[in-house]
Design a protein around this ligand. Structure first.
Ligand SMILES: Nc1nc2c(c(=O)[nH]1)N[C@H]1C(S)=C(S)[C@@H](COP(=O)(O)OP(=O)(O)OC[C@H]3O[C@@H](n4cnc5c(=O)[nH]c(N)nc54)[C@H](O)[C@@H]3O)O[C@H]1N2
Ligand SMILES: Nc1nc2c(c(=O)[nH]1)N[C@H]1C(S)=C(S)[C@@H](COP(=O)(O)OP(=O)(O)OC[C@H]3O[C@@H](n4cnc5c(=O)[nH]c(N)nc54)[C@H](O)[C@@H]3O)O[C@H]1N2
Ligand code: SF4
Ligand SMILES: [Mo]
Length: 860
């Protein structure tokens, strides 16, 4: 057997997939499957036709699809996967992509783990040894107990991906981590997917319009989101919207597939979006194109700010004003002006419309002093003064005439929908860009209406129902630590508790951090030096992370277990249902966790439905979550879900997914609740109960980021860390997501690799390539002081100058054992440390804030 890899023989592999190619391409099979209800046995035609079973399940990698799939199963083997196309709303049918349809290549692929593995030598160097479950679990429990005794249980960290795809099994990990007192690393900020402008501005984790709402937009302004590749099953809504007359404008430094489908592509410099957005806002203010009534009712723009200390004026401070007695502790009462001073109730959006938006005044305080104040609107107008079309052009490259025309279009074409893509907020100042973009929507009143709003479509994180009863046993305290601190070390401002001895052991599931996280090389070095004493990985295939682990625990794919799925972009609640029994010795994660739990403490087993088979136990957990999951799942039963997907319930008529509809239509305070956090935890982010553009926490004042502002990239990050980088590394290393993979999942899918000739590529502007003597197809090296990446050059005039564009997710195996994330760095932005609520307000990763140089391969 090859190094550390439990491989299938070619014969076993072919046996698993032999019928696949035929069935996928055969309409007859599609016909058979369409007629079958879930689990029903359907006979084919003729005497010798096979008996086929169709099982309805959900494709559940960390993509935004969550597509319903039917597995066609014969003799406990998947023979084909086809789109279920059973959504009650026909517009959502069918969903799926070639990755999902070729998942058999992974289920039965050569990298599929066959048994547990234990490393007895050097991780990443020596072969992992096959072990029995008893041996692997006993060993894992013994190591974890030892580490907990020596350093405390909080020195053990667990990281599992995106809750939305697996409420049961990921919940089991959370449950055990809570019981054992371990730290949990939230996936949202670890992946760079937490768009920090959301909590800062709206007090929520994140929000988005469901894709069908795109049809109601008149104008879609897409800032660095590649919908045609990364929202594959929903991309048709964009094309359809455009065909019906929606104007689509894409702002992207590169001519992306989505730009190719737009009415207009506006190439802008990397991370210049805030300059563009603020330029647009200036036109909107200067030309009076804003919605005055909306901003008076729903935003902090009328509130007064003290010019002496930059803080919002509080009612408590002002002579003659008092704080209403019904103000919750996590709110604050500020002041507005309509000729007289008004105490602004944070839970009542009922200010009079004669409020004065612009100007300054002197206000008498209870202390006897007088202070000068200005409205936030006034400060904003002053701030925007510098964002003239000409100044914006200098930063972004966008022509002045275009800027003015686009600003007028955006201000007048209602409903306006802005899509703010993940790659775009995965920059150091991604929060500032988001605050500036949101300002366009808010100034024009494009919030809370069909087809209107700002959306950030990242992975499948957002929890759609209350999960506390399963995820947090008995409401116990949980320990959370943002993963960036594991890599970066503690900081003086951090609000999360850093364990005394740091993190000494990590347990990973549903993720491949040794390829996918910043400083993947540092993670590798820490394992090899022993600084990280123990790593256990649960996966169904032999990833790079498995190779660097001390123990590998073989999990199963979504075709082999029962689970509940409810993800952000997707408006339906769905089941994963086992189509086949676990392949080889793989086990559902709930089983693995239960076995580990009882070895750590015999009493823990009681928390995981002892005695029940894993799928039965999973059903019990699902029933518990449906019973206690709150309004989104009220009245939905497991039996109903077994018949097919059920729309999640919402406060919007028709259960449509329109963020802030209730706020705007019923004048409710911001924010709505972001599950699983309690409202008071996130309401403290917007204490005024309104959409906030002025942040007066000290760190915002110190950073000059009270209001949205454009800050150029690299100055506070790369150049501050390594001043020599300014001269030495002039290429911006940008990593977008690939249509051929879901991150690193499907790196090894033979069908996908055939489409890419098995080669990892880097896209370069031809002029830059020419200067470096690089030709199409050459092997090139991207490097900086931290690491090196090898890939093949594609020369593309659609790629901006001095950009090295790479499609993230390749396993090291395909990069000649280099690591693309060895180039990136775990910067922590101080404003991200103003509060800490896990997965809501935490330091976010900035993959694209990265510089490198490029040379032809093999040169010294
Ligand atoms: N096929 C597939 N689909 C996926 C995934 C996958 O791996 N594969 N992953 C899912 C997940 S978890 C995520 S987070 C999403 C991410 O999906 P997206 O939000 O679409 O993000 P990316 O594909 O990384 O990048 C989109 C675009 O951002 C542009 N960009 C980069 N920097 C800037 C900038 O500063 N300004 C502007 N205006 N544009 C910029 C890039 O040029 C690129 O064209 O995709 C989800 N969907
Ligand atoms: N430089 C750079 N780095 C990036 C990004 C970038 O744009 N640039 N993007 C970031 C983003 S947005 C994200 S979301 C992350 C994603 O990075 P990861 O979260 O690490 O995602 P994957 O690489 O897809 O790894 C998922 C792993 O889970 C396994 N798996 C799938 N299903 C199951 C299951 O049911 N059980 C178990 N036990 N395992 C399972 C798969 O085999 C796979 O190995 O990467 C981030 N990394
Ligand atoms: S990989 Fe994503 S888009 Fe493709 S079928 Fe699966 S969930 Fe759908
Ligand atoms: Mo992501």
């Amino acid at each position: 057997m090859e190094k550390g890899k439990a491989r299938l023989s070619r014969r076993q592999f072919l046996k698993g997939t032999a019928a696949t190619g035929v069935l996928v391409g055969t309409m007859g099979a599609v016909g058979i499957a369409r007629k079958a209800a879930a689990g029903e046995v359907v006979s084919g035609e003729g005497e010798n036709a096979p008996d086929l079973k169709t099982i309805r399940t959900t494709c559940s990698p960390n993509c935004t699809g969550a597509c319903g799939m039917n597995a066609i199963v014969e003799n406990n083997q998947i023979k084909a996967i086809i789109q279920a196309a059973d959504y009650p709303d026909e517009d959502y049918n069918p969903r799926g992509c070639l990755k999902g349809l070729s998942m058999m290549n992974l289920v039965y692929g050569p990298d599929r783990l066959q048994t547990p593995l234990i490393q007895k030598g050097q991780p990443g160097v020596d072969e992992l040894q096959q072990a029995t479950w008893e041996e692997a679990l006993d060993y894992t429990a013994q190591r974890l107990k030892g580490i907990a005794e020596k350093y405390g249980p909080e020195s053990i960290g667990v990281a599992f991906q995106v809750g939305g795809t697996s409420y049961v099994h990921k919940g089991a990990v959370s449950r055990l981590a809570t019981l054992a007192g371990w730290n949990i690393h939230h996936a949202y900020d670890q992946n760079g997917d937490l768009p920090m402008f959301w909590p800062m501005t709206f007090g929520v984790q994140s929000e988005e319009l469901e894709p069908k709402e795109w049809l109601n937009s008149k104008y879609m302004a897409i800032f660095g989101s590649n919908i045609l590749a990364t929202r594959l099953p929903d991309a048709h809504f964009l094309v359809e919207a455009r065909n019906r007359g929606t104007k689509v404008v894409v702002f992207d430094p590169s001519y992306s597939p989505t730009a190719a489908k737009a009415d207009e592509w506006i190439p802008i410099q990397g991370s210049s979006d805030a300059a563009v957005a603020l330029g647009i806002c200036k036109v909107i203010l200067d030309e009076g194109l804003y919605d005055e009534s909306f901003i008076k009712t729903f935003t902090d723009l009328p509130l007064l700010v003290r010019t002496d200390n930059g803080k919002r004026l509080k009612a408590d401070e002002v002579e003659g004003l008092t704080k209403p007695t019904d103000t919750p502790a996590y709110r604050e009462v500020y002041v507005a002006f309509n000729g007289g001073l008004l105490a602004v109730h944070p839970e009542k959006l009922d200010l009079p419309q004669d409020l004065i938006l612009e100007g300054e005044a002197e206000v008498p305080l209870k202390s006897g002093e007088k202070v000068n104040v200005k409205t936030v609107f006034q400060l904003l107008r002053e701030q925007l003064h510098d964002y003239t079309p000409e100044a914006v052009e200098k930063e972004s490259g966008m022509g002045p005439d275009t800027l003015v025309r686009i600003a007028r279009e955006m201000a007048t074409a209602k409903p306006l929908h802005i899509v703010y893509g993940a790659s775009n907020y995965q920059w150091y100042h991604g929060d500032l860009k988001g605050r500036a973009l949101a300002l366009i929507n808010v100034l024009t009143g494009n919030i809370g209406q069909p087809g209107a709003g700002i959306s950030t479509y990242a992975g499948q994180y957002r929890i759609r129902l209350k999960v506390g009863e399963w995820w947090v046993p008995e409401g116990r305290k949980q320990n959370w630590l943002p993963f960036l601190y594991v890599l970066n070390g503690p900081t003086s401002r951090m609000k999360a508790a850093y364990p005394e001895h740091g993190i000494k052991a990590l347990i990973f599931g549903w993720g491949n951090p040794f390829d996918q996280h910043n400083m993947a090389n540092i993670l590798r070095e820490r394992v090899q030096s022993g600084e990280l004493e123990f790593v256990a990985t649960m996966d169904f295939q032999m990833t790079t992370s498995c190779e660097y682990s001390h123990v590998v625990l073989p999990g199963v794919t979504w075709y082999e277990k029962m689970d509940l799925v409810a993800t952000p972009v997707h408006p339906y609640l769905q089941l994963q249902q086992p189509a086949i029994p676990p392949v080889y010795e793989g086990k559902p994660e709930l089983w693995i966790i239960r076995e580990l739990a009882k070895r750590l403490n015999p009493e823990f087993e009681n928390y995981f439905y002892p005695g029940l088979e894993p799928d039965q136990a999973a059903e019990e957990a699902i029933k518990l979550m449906l019973r206690t999951g709150g309004p989104a799942v009220a009245g939905i039963s497991l039996e109903q879900l077994k018949q097919g997907p059920v729309r999640l319930k919402s406060q919007v008529p028709g259960d449509r997914q329109i963020p802030f509809y209730e706020q705007v239509h019923s004048k409710l305070p911001f924010p709505p609740q972001s599950l699983p956090a309690k409202l008071e935890q996130t309401a403290q982010f917007v204490k005024s109960g309104r959409i906030e553009f002025y942040k007066d926490e000290d760190i915002f004042l110190e950073s000059g980021e009270q209001l949205p502002v454009h800050k150029p990239p690299f100055v506070e990050s790369e150049y501050a860390l390594h001043p020599e980088a300014r001269e030495k590394y002039t290429f911006n290393f940008v990593t977008r997501n690939a249509i051929y993979r879901v991150h690193s999942t499907h790196s090894n899918n033979i069908w996908m690799n055939e489409l890419q000739e098995g080669k990892a590529r880097v896209w370069l502007n031809p002029t830059d390539a020419d200067e470096k003597g690089i030709r199409e197809g050459d092997e090139v090296e991207l490097y900086n002081a931290r690491g090196i990446l090898k890939a093949y050059a594609v020369l593309d005039p659609g790629v901006g100058r001095k950009v090295a564009m790479f499609e993230q997710g390749w396993w090291s195996r395909y990069l000649k054992e280099t690591s693309y994330n060895s180039l990136t760095y775990p910067f922590i932005k101080p404003t991200h440390e103003a509060y800490f609520v896990p997965g809501m307000w935490a330091p976010n990763t900035a993959w694209n804030e990265c510089l490198c140089d490029v040379k032809k391969g093999g040169e010294s």
